[in-house]
Design a protein around this ligand. Structure first.
Ligand code: HEC
Ligand code: HEC
Ligand code: HEC
Ligand code: HEC
Ligand code: HEC
Length: 448
């Protein structure tokens, strides 16, 4: 039968589909823990893949120190004070402890209890996903459809295994698969994570380079003990916690506008920063925590060192992209039970350095690292995939500068968690260590 009018039922369904995702939240409590096989079962045949996975953040998404601290000390504690947060805070587990979420074991026991929540993003969780749900073609908020059982899905057709049925599904080779956990919308309707969306808007999606090519690169070998050799997806999932992955992700070069500068003159230095390695913006993912900053210093012939603050460009919200001693993160006071909490320093880096970041704000307009409490996003001053940004430094030579060569050095630093917050919450050092992305230098000649 032909019809020119849309049926009311279809219309209603369409509205439902565009406003909410059926999977994710709806699967809560549907699958007891023993619906899923343990990673050690897979290990007996898929030895290399198992060892790679144990070293990646996937196997630690629930147990890693900073995850445990943020979840229990901030998120769960916040939901105890503000009951309406209970559902979104349970939702953390949809991505970080999916087995606990699907089993309805919420709040899951802490990592020290050794429950199956600790399996984090496990082999069997990923390999029994039978579909990815989307709204306006965007996957988000653990919108994977779990179908635990004997069938393990992957991207290769026709494989035979003594332990399980294997079936190939197109989604396993697509970025949307990753997007179901790497895009997140919070209770305020804010995109607090948008790695797959950034990728989609950038050049790599157009050239058909999904996440897998950089995070699960293929190499010749065996994917199981008894398998024939083939190109095999390495389960590296290396990201911000791998110094080698971060190193060189952005290339920098710099030059002075004029090589020779009179002793009472002004030097102008330009720095080019090119994101040549990442398929999304840098930083991406946990953008509320991460900063990237450029530190520029000049050293004269006598070894005197001068710190150069960046030139302001004058865009809206720029103050959040320049190192300052301002306080922020006041909303941590509520979950931490501190009355009249004044916050901690916003940046913890040299004042005047350029920061590449996107600030998250709470409903009071104060910067927050609590992504679930984010009511608004600030200026997006991150470096997009294959984007180049230019920073300039106008430096009026100081009175005491020596005649001769002055070397100007730039160092691009990266931090997974801003240091003042890490210190305040007693997060182990490695989460706030300075990772060097790249360095560059140039020189000027000072004459009398
Ligand atoms: C008794 C050995 C054995 C065990 C245990 C085992 N597998 Fe496999 N698996 C294989 C073999 C063999 C293949 C086929 C390899 C080939 O021919 O390339 C395979 C293939 C796969 C594939 C590829 C599917 C595709 O179509 O791309 C996935 C995914 C997979 N296994 C997941 C798992 C998971 C998850 C577990 C643990 C829950 C597991 N396997 C346990 C032997 C095993
Ligand atoms: C975050 C989700 C995720 C996790 C966790 C995960 N895998 Fe995979 N796995 C994938 C995807 C996606 C592919 C397909 C990659 C491709 O084709 O580019 C894959 C491919 C495979 C393959 C086929 C590899 C090949 O190219 O021949 C095997 C076997 C496999 N996984 C086993 C495992 C085992 C065992 C574990 C746990 C130790 C595991 N996977 C953990 C997502 C995951
Ligand atoms: C079931 C949810 C889920 C899926 C599906 C998933 N991830 Fe993840 N992924 C996570 C979580 C949660 C973390 C954070 C771990 C932690 O707590 O640091 C993570 C971490 C990572 C990291 C490490 C980041 C770092 O800080 O070092 C990379 C890289 C990554 N994922 C890539 C991928 C890719 C590529 C895919 C698709 C093939 C994928 N993920 C699919 C949930 C998922
Ligand atoms: C062209 C290569 C490339 C592609 C494509 C790519 N990435 Fe990355 N990714 C990188 C590099 C390089 C880094 C390290 C620099 C950084 O932290 O941003 C990285 C970092 C990450 C991180 C850690 C970010 C952080 O600060 O914790 C995550 C998570 C991640 N990628 C997920 C993804 C997902 C999901 C996709 C697909 C939607 C994807 N990546 C596509 C190269 C790539
Ligand atoms: C839609 C899936 C999803 C939800 C829901 C989610 N996360 Fe995450 N989370 C991720 C992914 C993916 C990453 C890795 C991103 C990256 O590396 O930058 C991550 C990273 C983190 C990190 C940083 C880990 C590190 O070592 O740097 C913390 C802490 C964290 N999440 C806590 C939470 C808390 C608390 C909640 C609930 C309020 C939550 N997450 C909800 C997917 C999710």
């Amino acid at each position: 039968m032909k019809s020119t009018t849309i049926s009311p039922l279809l219309l209603m369904l369409t509205i439902l589909m565009t406003t909410s995702i059926q999977s994710g939240v709806e699967d809560r409590g549907k699958y007891p823990y023993d619906s899923f096989e343990k990673p050690q079962v897979c290990q007996s045949c898929h030895t290399d893949i198992y060892m790679q996975w144990t070293q990646s953040m996937m196997s630690q998404a629930y147990t890693h120190h900073w995850d445990e601290i943020e979840y229990f000390d901030l998120a769960v504690a916040h939901a105890q004070k503000v009951p309406s947060l209970k559902e979104p805070v349970d939702g953390c587990n949809g991505c970080h402890a999916p087995l606990a979420f699907l089993a309805g074991d919420l709040t899951p026991p802490p990592p020290a209890a050794g429950s199956r929540a600790n399996e984090s993003v496990s082999c069997d969780l990923c390999h029994t996903i039978s579909a990815i749900q989307t709204v306006d073609q965007t996957p988000f908020n653990f919108s994977y459809v779990p179908s635990p059982g004997r069938t393990k899905y992957g991207s290769k057709p026709g494989l035979v295994s003594p332990h399980h049925v294997t079936k190939n599904l197109d989604i396993y080779a697509q970025a949307e698969f990753c997007g179901s956990c790497h895009n997140e919308k919070n209770p305020f309707g804010i995109w607090v994570k948008s790695t797959q969306i950034e990728w989609l808007e950038g050049p790599y999606s157009k050239q058909n380079v999904p996440c897998h090519q950089c995070h699960m690169p293929k190499a010749w070998g065996q994917n199981a003990k008894m398998a024939q050799e083939d190109m095999v997806a390495q389960h590296l999932f290396h990201g911000a916690h791998d110094p080698g992955k971060v190193a060189g992700a952005i290339e920098i070069r710099m030059h002075p506008e004029e090589r020779e500068v009179e002793i009472d003159g002004t030097a102008v230095i330009k720095v080019q920063l090119f994101n040549g390695k990442a398929g999304h913006k840098i930083p991406t993912g946990s953008v509320e925590d991460r900063i990237l900053w450029l530190d520029v210093t000049a050293i004269d012939e006598e070894g005197k060192t001068y710190h150069l603050p960046v030139d302001q460009k004058g865009f809206e919200g720029e103050e959040y992209t320049i190192g300052s001693t301002a306080l922020a993160y006041v909303d941590m006071g509520l979950p931490k039970g501190i009355d009249n909490f004044q916050g901690v320093p916003r940046d913890g880096i040299p004042v005047g350095d350029r920061i590449f970041r996107m600030p998250y704000f709470d409903d009071q307009g104060i910067m927050t690292i609590m992504q679930w409490n984010t009511a608004k996003l600030g200026v997006d001053y991150r470096i997009g995939p294959r984007e180049t940004k230019i920073e300039s430094y106008t430096w009026t030579l100081p009175d005491d500068v020596a005649v001769g060569k002055v070397i100007i050095k730039a160092q691009l630093n990266y931090q997974k968690l801003v240091k003042p917050v890490a210190d305040f919450l007693h997060v182990p050092e490695d989460e706030s260590e300075i990772m060097i992305i790249n360095k560059a230098d140039t020189w000027i000649e000072v004459y009398e």
